[in-house]
Design a protein around this ligand. Structure first.
Ligand code: F6R
Length: 608
């Protein structure tokens, strides 16, 4: 996820581009840049770091002239955050400049082709390929050329394109990644999101997939890829600026919960080619992988909870012993880890101090480390042997939601990929798992559509003082996350227990009205979990049960139920976590808590 802006008018473009980018910094902030046509050539200023660095570099925009320009704030995907990888990207002869939000899946093939034709590349980004393709195919008509180039691209994109020779035009395109056109008086704008343009106009067009906008000073024309005119309705925005940054939602956490189908799609889809899981980023050979006799997973907090799910998933599909370890404990317990151990490190930020140090300890002991990381170019990503990125985009709310979900998706990809190498996942099962994985985003949309039911239950239950989350097997792994989500943002005391363990002491805490959230999605153990629900209900508990929709009989055991769609057992946490996130969110909201910034917490824990 990155932020794009563009301006064409009679004023200087740079001040607007910088203020627009400031409103989009929530979409990415590892580097930023602008490019203006000064009437003679394209001038680019870009730099690693927050927007502040770009403002310094351009003297708040005063040092760069031009009334047409594009800008970008980056959330690195291909290529680490650096000056050279920052957008805008220029073509070989500096004739065309491009800003891009999204991922070009076939950029390596395109790049190889262009290199074979003599073009040279400056950056490691997928975006530079687009600028180069425009130059390569340019036939004197920029719109025609852009349409031709779109036909070569696989993946998702929102683009802003300017040319040295067309100082009166910006071309903007959208496929899968959002892009809006702002309509002003003798000036027009492009932006990834509404906040960037709200200070200038409230009239916009929202581009749909495969629509192309041609912006001039006096008007905007929208066409499709067949160059036919598209008639669009002007939308008038009436949100205030603060709400606009959150896409109209009240909190980033809610926005990020809603973004999960897309985040999972972006993480999974580019890695499945012709029905096969392709993990190019792993350099281990199949023979090396077969040499491991143990997997060790290191992480903290919610990322550790993903590790606990992974233990169940990997042991089932790979038949290798797996340990999921709290990174802060691993470091100091003289662990039995060596070159026969594969270490998997999980971290959204890639900067968590305990996780980073635990990773170094595992490496010191000879273990090969694969990291699952969201922030490109972060310390853990750079220092691990291999890194698989989760394409969740920036997560702003302190409580993780979409990063957790994309980490789970990577665990499933790894289980299928390594299971195939080991021969523990057979062909039929392989195909079924791939198809289940691809269907997760749609199923999550169904769960999200049931959001009002969860809101209603939260309104009935938000006054509770103590909550116990119980579950067995993979439901136990999930209950750890459900419990953490609730307590960290609503400040309600809550604990997660393996359902069978409750009676070994903790059941003494159950009394009239204690809320027990029972997770009963794991088919083989539903009957056992139902018995545990009966045990607590007999002692006065108020039971809220989460189950799959084909187990309606559960309604007679619990006072309240939430149903989710059926999917393969091991992937159920991806569906089941969503109502738990929503429940925590609504409870915290009803209690008036500061949801995006819970007390005492920080997004990145860089101290021990
Ligand atoms: C909880 C949460 C934390 C993080 C933990 C690890 O909602 O976000 O528990 O999961 O601090 O952070 P990363 O994944 O950045 O290493």
């Amino acid at each position: 996820m990155c932020g794009i802006v563009g301006y064409i008018g009679y004023e200087q473009a740079a001040p607007f581009l910088l203020s627009g980018l400031e409103k989009l910094e929530y979409r990415g902030y590892d580097s930023a840049g602008i490019c203006l046509n000064d009437g003679k050539e394209l001038i680019v200023k870009k730099t690693k770091g927050k927007l502040l660095e770009l403002k310094k570099l351009t003297n708040n925009g005063a040092d760069i002239n031009g009334t047409v320009g594009i800008g970008h704030t980056r959330w690195a995907t291909h290529g680490e955050p650096s000056d050279v990888n920052a957008h805008p990207h220029l073509s070989d002869s500096c004739r065309f400049a491009v800003v891009h939000n999204g991922i070009i899946e076939n950029y390596l093939q395109l790049k190889d082709y262009l290199i074979s034709k003599g073009m040279t590349f400056r950056s490691k980004t997928d975006t530079e390929v687009i600028a180069q393709l425009i130059e390569f195919y340019y036939d004197g008509d920029l719109v025609d050329t852009v349409i031709k180039v779109l036909g070569k691209l696989d993946g998702s994109y929102a683009l802003g394109v300017i040319s040295r020779d067309c100082p009166d035009e910006i071309i903007a395109v959208r496929k899968e990644s959002p892009l809006i056109i702002g309509l002003g008086e003798n000036e027009n704008y492009i932006a990834s999101d509404v906040p960037a343009i709200l200070a200038k106009t409230r009239n916009i067009y929202r581009l749909e997939n495969n629509e192309i906008a041609i912006l001039r000073r006096d008007g905007v024309k929208i066409i499709n890829t067949d160059r036919e005119d598209v008639v669009k309705k002007i939308e008038t925005i009436n949100w205030d600026i603060d709400a606009a940054e959150k896409g109209g939602y009240e909190h980033f956490m809610f926005k990020e919960i809603m973004e999960q189908p897309k985040a999972i799609h972006d993480t999974v889809a580019p890695r499945i080619k012709n029905g096969r899981v392709v993990l190019d980023e792993i350099n281990l050979t199949p023979e090396q992988f077969k040499g491991f006799n143990k997997i060790n997973i290191l992480a903290c907090g919610s990322a550790y909870h993903v590790g606990v799910v992974a233990k169940y998933v990997f042991e089932k599909y790979l038949r290798i012993p797996v340990e999921a370890d709290l990174a802060s404990e691993f470091r100091y317990r003289d662990p039995i880890v060596n070159e026969k151990t594969l270490t998997i490190v999980i971290s959204q930020s890639g900067e968590t101090a305990d996780t980073k140090e635990a990773m170094k300890e595992a490496k010191r002991r000879g273990s090969h480390v694969i990291s699952i990381v969201n922030v490109v170019g972060s310390a853990i990503a750079c220092e691990s042997d291999d890194v698989i990125y989760t394409w969740a985009g920036p997560e702003i709310a302190v409580a993780t939601t979409k990063a957790y979900s994309t980490q789970l998706a990577v665990v499933y990809l790894m289980a299928i990929y390594f299971g195939d190498i080991l021969g523990t996942v057979k062909k039929d099962q392989y195909d079924e798992l791939v198809s289940e994985l691809l269907s997760l985003p749609e199923k999550i949309k169904t769960v999200l559509a049931n959001e009002e039911k969860v809101q209603y239950l939260a309104s009935k239950l938000f006054n509770c003082m103590d909550v116990f989350f119980i579950g067995r097997n993979i439901d136990y792994a999930l209950s750890l996350e459900g419990s953490l989500k609730l307590k960290e943002i609503s400040y309600i005391h809550s604990e997660a227990y393996a359902a069978g363990e409750l009676k070994h002491g903790t059941i003494s805490l159950i009394e009239d009205g204690t809320l027990v959230i029972a997770l009963a999605t794991h088919e083989p153990l539903i009957a056992k979990t139902i018995s545990n629900m009966e045990e607590v209900r007999t002692r006065g508990a108020n039971v809220l049960c989460l189950a799959c929709e084909d187990h309606k009989e559960i309604e007679s055991v619990a006072q309240n139920t939430i149903f989710i769609p059926k999917c393969c057992d091991m992937m159920l946490p991806s569906l089941a976590v969503v109502p738990l996130q929503l429940f925590a969110y609504y409870v915290a909201s009803l209690k008036g808590c500061d949801i995006d910034k819970p007390r005492n917490l920080a997004k990145s824990v860089t101290v021990e």
